[in-house]
Design a protein around this ligand. Structure first.
Ligand code: PXP
Length: 237
């Protein structure tokens, strides 16, 4: 059964629109847990456009489930991860001008900077995951870096329809299979919603799905706890 990591960045995005104290992602995390979230995911971006350092500190103290920190491969983030000690770090590419994370890491081109972070967190007990596109060479490159898991970028799957979506699903299936054969844990995320999540949740050995936008959007109508529990029901059905 896949676990559900709820990405609560959007709660902080709303707060930062007014640079005020509400809505508070720390309170939101409590409701996500009540709804059945197995993990809380936050992306501390270099420009601090949504999640703030204070959020991460308080979440570390209060989250009872897995805390997954998405971050770029920088020395600053390495320092923060060492100090905060999330349960898991997911390395993601980061560009200032992007609206959201646009593609996976180039594990082959960025092997040195990824290795610096992996080595830097080596003794900490923090599990490492790499956010990559569903391409076999990226899976193989990840396995060589000695990480625990890969998170397959599902954005292209989520943005396509009909037979094109089926093609994208096949890529996810192939990459997922290669990951598991290499001893990597299989995660996925980006663009997943209540309509497209089921085929991804059913991939063999799917371990964790990280979902934010769809859950936080639905929460406006139904409340966060119900939005999380409905997603959890779908992925474990
Ligand atoms: N996984 C990763 C690595 C991400 O960067 C994001 C977006 O921050 C997500 C999952 C969640 O994507 P969405 O908000 O589209 O569900």
């Amino acid at each position: 059964m896949p676990e559900l990591g709820v990405n609560i960045d959007h709660i902080a995005t709303l707060r930062q629109a007014r640079r005020t104290h509400e809505p508070d992602p720390v309170r939101a995390a409590v409701l996500c847990e009540l709804g059945g979230a197995d993990g809380i995911t936050v992306h501390l971006r270099e420009d601090r456009r949504h999640i703030q350092d204070r959020d991460l500190r308080l979440l570390r103290d209060t989250v009872a489930v897995k805390l997954n920190l998405e971050m770029a491969c920088t020395e600053e983030m390495l320092r923060i991860a060492r100090a905060i000690r999330p349960d898991q770090v997911t390395l993601v590419p980061e560009k200032r001008e992007e609206v959201t994370t646009e593609g996976g890491l180039d594990v082959l081109g960025q092997a040195d900077s990824i290795r610096r972070i992996v080595d830097g967190l080596g003794e900490s007990g923090i599990e490492m995951s790499l956010f990559i596109d569903p391409a076999l060479e990226q899976v193989e490159g990840s396995a060589r870096l000695g990480v625990r898991a890969i998170e397959l970028h599902t954005g292209t799957y989520a943005d396509s329809r009909g037979s094109a979506q089926r093609v994208q699903l096949e890529k996810l299936i192939a990459a997922g299979r290669a990951a598991v054969e290499s001893g990597l844990r299989l995660h996925a995320g980006h663009g997943l919603n209540y309509h497209n999540v089921s085929p991804v949740a059913r991939l063999e050995a799917m371990h964790e799905l990280n979902i934010g936008h769809a859950i936080v959007s639905r929460a406006l109508y139904t409340g966060l706890t119900d939005a999380v529990s409905e997603m959890k029901r779908l992925i474990t059905a």
